[in-house]
Every structure is written in C-alpha cells, then in structure tokens.
Design a protein. Sequence first.
Length: 296
Amino acid sequence: TNVREASAAVKPFEEYQKIYNDIAEKLREEDDRDDGSYGPVLVRLAWHCSGTYDQNDPSQNKGGSYAGTMRFQQEQDDPENAGLKVAQDFLEPFKTKYSNLSYGDLWTLGGVCAIQELSGPKIKWRPGRKDLGLDAVPPYHRLPDASQETGEYVRSVFNGRLGFTDQEMVCLIGVGHALGRCHVDASGYDGPWTFSPTMVTNDFFKLLLDEDWKIRDWDGKKQYTDSSTKSLMMLPTDMVLKKDSKFRKYVELYAKDEEKCMSDFADVYSRLLERGIKFPDSTKPMVFKTLEEQGL
Ligand code: CCH
C-alpha cells in the first residue's frame, strides 16, 4: 500500500509547543516580506511538500510530506516550487536548534503555526516524519499547473492523486488563496486574491462570486482581474471553481457560512499534511495554543 510508517513521537507535546512558539515569534518579528508576513509562504511550503503525494503511484515513489525531500535541489527546481526557498530558509534555524526534528515535521508545523497565527482555525498535527534520501524525491508535474482551466484537471490532481472530494478541494484552494499573493519572479503571475492577505478568511469565495472577473490586459500569463478595483487576481484554476457547477455550489456554501468554511478547512488541511503517512496509535493529534492564548 502507498503509506509510510511514522516513528513514534520523539518529543512530548510541550516540546512541539516550544517549536511552534519559536516559529510564531519569528513570524511576529520579521515583517520584511510583502504584506508584512512570512505566514502565507509557510502555508504554501507545507502544502507543496504534502501535495506531491500520489495514492496510486505504481513506482512506489509516493511523494508527500513524509520524506522532507524539498531540501534537495532537484525538488526545489520543480517550476511549481519557485519562490519556496524563502520559506525553507525562514524555518532552517529551528532545524539546527532542535535535534530529532525532521524537515517534514518542521515544514508542516510551520504551515499549522502560520494558519493559526494569521487568525485561522486550530489545525490538528502529528509528528514522526523521517528525512529520506534523493531517491524519494517525487517526479515533477504532480503539483497543480495554474494555467489549466477544466474541472477535470483540478480533479485529476486533488482527487486522482490526493484523494479529496469536490467539496474538500474547493475548501483547500479557496482558503489557501485568501492568503498571500502571486509573484512575477516566482510563478509569473501577479497580485493578491483578497484585500486581507495576512488573515485566514472566506473572502476568496465571496470575491470570486461577487466580482466581475475579466482577463487581465498585460504581457504576462493569462490571469483574471476584478473589474471594480483591478487590484485583485484569480488564476485560471481558481476560475474553474466558479465555472464548474459541481464546484460552484461549495463556493456558494463557503461564501455564506464562514464558520463551516473554517472548520472544514481545519480538517482538510490537517489531512493534506498527513497524506501517505500512517501514525502509530500512541501518537495523538496535537493542538497548539496561539501566542495570544498563552499571553505571549
Ligand atoms: Fe496556491 N498558488 N495553488 N494553494 N498558494 C500560489 C500561491 C499560494 C495554485 C497555484 C498557486 C493551493 C492550491 C493551488 C497558497 C496556498 C495554496 C501561486 C503563486 C500559484 C501560481 C506563487 C508565487 O508566485 O509566489 C494552484 C494551481 C492550486 C490548485 O489548483 C492550496 C491547496 C493552498 C493551501 C491550502 C498560498 C498561501 C499562496 C501565497 C504564497 C505567498 O508567497 O504569498
């Protein structure tokens, strides 16, 4: 089967809360990133190290967050990973500071911390990933290509390889893209999706439905821009969520019900970070306190 066994938790909960706090404090202190936060790029690193999983892979190169292979140049050079070195470098000091902490655990914990510190929901997280060698680097073209414009394509990635339902893929993409922005020097696309790119919200869904999206008139890649302010963007794959009627009903649901949107996202992002990993029964899901909750 296409799963790898996680090792039993090597540290008690309190130790992981300490690492969480270190990451959160660094997020608070370092604001020299666009929009003032490294949080969004950490959310993206956690997703890209997990999103290479293929549940049907006959070659047994399963991908996913388990093996921490984005530390190798070969995986960093996947065109879809352009711009993520910044996030790896941000987290690197904690790899050195804490022994027995794998890259897979560090990068997924970084995503969990960023979501929670950017006012998002609590994300359950489990440790035990192991750093594996170069032969565990996943092949390219597993991460989604934003220029694709069909529901069939989006489903081939999120259902075919990752095993998520229509509702789950809509939730993941829409809450993920409430955060951060596209960078011309990374992906070739440009701009943020929402007016509050450092807050976890359901705004992506509202804007996708309410705004009139037109193809942007520029020399760059095909992307969409809102007619009212011309300051926001949608990728071709994002527009599929509005055009495909089976996706659209979930866009409508999440635009209306922020609470459901956040609780569904918490569940599905947590499962994304654990794709292809079997945890021992003794490893209970951990839920970290935010800095604010600890009075820090
Ligand atoms: Fe994404 N994303 N993503 N995305 N993404 C980009 C940026 C972010 C796609 C393409 C892109 C998810 C799904 C998809 C984030 C989270 C998630 C960029 C710009 C592209 C292109 C990168 C750049 O230029 O820096 C495509 C295609 C899909 C699926 O079809 C999912 C799922 C998530 C998380 C749950 C976040 C956050 C960013 C902003 C990063 C930043 O640096 O600000």
